[in-house]
Design a protein around this ligand. Structure first.
Ligand code: ZN
Length: 231
């Protein structure tokens, strides 16, 4: 009897040890914790020209749990996503978590409609309603560098997210270019890129020229550890 119990215990331990490292307990999965803690303050941004990155950019993202919303890891991720989108080598107006390899519903958006045009982070965000006419304007994406497209979007949106402090749902109605940024970033959370919606896509040479010196410095090189748990 004792031997059988021992056998079961050993098998259980083996099963636990062999189980996917992504399924261990705690806020965020092991791989997500690795990305958040190991990334530099300016994170590597996934690009469609890299095959593995392009698959990640097509993934569907899920919400954060209450524990994750309250965790220091979300604060760290927010800080790093903000530093990334605002960095001179990126210089964007928005970024979404799958662009930094996390399949989570988190985006950072520059609120061009607010005084001081602050960048803000929105966990568990979704669009509740599209408002107004369809408008067409140019868009670019940090994950498709050097390209722009003319994209039809709603003039306004009602968005909802969870405040990580109060854990309450917050809604906001946004119009103009800020509403376009929200639509672009929230699309990323469903694996949709602006090129899927664009009427036309074209090369933006000025952007390529801006990136060239950073590229020469290796500012866009993918860290070796980011190739995945199996790398
Ligand atoms: Zn984008």
């Amino acid at each position: 009897m004792k031997a059988r119990f021992l056998l079961i215990a050993v098998l259980a331990a083996l099963l636990l040890a062999c189980g996917s490292p992504r399924k261990l307990q705690g806020p965020f999965e092991v791989w997500e914790r690795t990305v958040i803690t190991m990334s530099d303050s300016v994170m590597y941004v996934f690009v469609t020209s890299e095959f593995m990155d392009s698959l990640e950019l097509r993934a569907t993202c899920r919400d954060l749990s209450e524990e994750e919303l309250r965790s220091d890891l979300l604060s760290m991720l927010s800080t790093k996503m903000l530093a990334t989108v605002r960095s001179p080598q990126q210089g964007g107006v928005g970024i979404a978590a799958p662009q930094v390899s996390l399949r989570r519903r988190v985006v950072a958006v520059q609120r061009l409609d607010k005084p001081g045009e602050p960048f803000e982070v929105y966990p568990n965000i979704r669009i509740l309603a599209h408002l107004g006419d369809t408008v067409r304007g140019p868009e670019g994406c940090l994950s498709i560098p050097g390209m722009r497209g003319i994209v039809p979007r709603s003039e306004g949106v009602v968005v909802s997210w969870t405040d990580p402090q109060t854990l309450q749902a917050v809604t906001d109605t946004v119009h103009g270019f800020t509403a376009i940024i929200f639509q672009h970033e929230i699309d990323h959370l469903d694996g949709i890129l602006y090129t899927d919606r664009a009427d036309t896509v074209f090369v933006n040479q000025a952007w390529l020229d801006e990136r060239a010196p950073y590229e020469a410095e290796g500012a866009y090189d993918k860290p070796r550890w980011l190739y995945g748990p199996e790398a």
